[in-house]
Design a protein around this ligand. Structure first.
Ligand SMILES: C[S@@+](CC[C@H](N)C(=O)[O-])C[C@H]1O[C@@H](n2cnc3c(N)ncnc32)[C@H](O)[C@@H]1O
Length: 265
């Protein structure tokens, strides 16, 4: 994991620890950055569609950077400026521009993208069908006729609860400056409409408190809308898009499978 500029912030100097923006970047890198198995799907779609590519919900640039390194011009959109700042630093020398905006209110000067992608279940974070249709309508307005829009959705999850126990998925760990960051998934729950993923996160200063009882543990809960391929295709039609065959991304030891729903303008 690479985090640039981690010790430059006045907040870090003032409190002797990482600032909220630095933490946001590191947690994002730890919890999303290691996922690689979907990258061939996005690269193949970009080859098929050509460029430029609009990556919405780009985070610190896991997919944007892979596309840019393959030679595609990328516009990376996210609503979190701290993540985009890290992305912009990492993209130095590559053809990547960043835009801080909400995916449901896209209004960019370029309306000629060949491909718009939304990887890693971000489409399940848009506040239900209304938010998804708003995003897909905006994507359609920004992609040229015949171009593609593609969104990943989570496959079947297996609920578990290992809160309060030390067993469970192996924590993700990363060191930045003199701090070690640890993130551990402790619960995955499912209701008729949502999937919730709960994590414990803690930061230890090295060398220092190594036992969890010595540190403040933060709980982070993400609520995803449950979205099937059929639901997303219905949203796509409501947004005026045509559906194409789905691309399947296989499960790994750490991640469930996902489906990339492909749509044509
Ligand atoms: C699961 S992460 C995926 C990051 C990156 N695309 C990847 O695949 O590694 C979801 C990202 O979507 C962003 N996001 C969530 N809701 C958004 C919205 N309404 N508009 C723009 N970005 C959003 C978050 O800030 C976060 O960076």
């Amino acid at each position: 994991m690479v985090v640039t500029g981690a010790s430059d912030s006045p907040a870090a100097e003032l409190h002797g620890g990482p600032s909220p923006a630095q933490r946001a970047v590191v947690w994002h890198d730890l919890e999303c950055g290691g996922y690689r198995v979907d990258l061939p799907a996005w690269l193949e779609l970009a080859e098929r569609a050509g460029g430029p590519v609009l990556d919405v919900g780009a985070g610190t640039g896991r997919v944007s950077l892979a596309l840019a390194l393959a030679g595609h011009a990328v516009t990376a959109v996210d609503r979190d400026q701290a993540l985009l700042d890290a992305l912009a630093q990492r993209a130095a020398g590559l053809h990547v521009e960043t835009v801080c905006a909400d995916a449901r209110m896209l209004d960019l000067p370029t309306r000629d993208y060949a491909l718009c992608v939304m990887p890693m279940q971000t489409v399940q974070l848009l506040g239900g069908a209304e938010g998804r249709v708003a995003f897909l309508s905006g994507a359609r307005a920004h992609v040229r006729a015949g171009g593609l829009v593609a969104c990943a959705i989570l496959g079947d999850v297996e609920p578990f609860d290992c809160s309060g126990r030390s067993v469970g998925p192996t924590p993700e760990r990363g060191c930045v400056d003199r701090f070690e960051y640890v993130s551990r998934a402790i619960r995955v729950g499912q209701s008729r409409r949502t999937v919730s993923i709960e994590r414990e996160r803690w930061i230890v200063e090295k060398p220092g408190a190594a036992r969890r009882s010595d540190v403040d543990i933060e709980r982070d809960v993400i609520e995803l809308d449950r979205v099937s391929v059929a639901m997303l295709r219905r949203d796509a039609r409501a947004a005026g898009l045509h559906v194409e065959p789905v691309v399947t991304v296989a499960a790994t030891d750490e991640h469930v499978s996902s489906s990339v729903v492909v749509m044509r303008v």
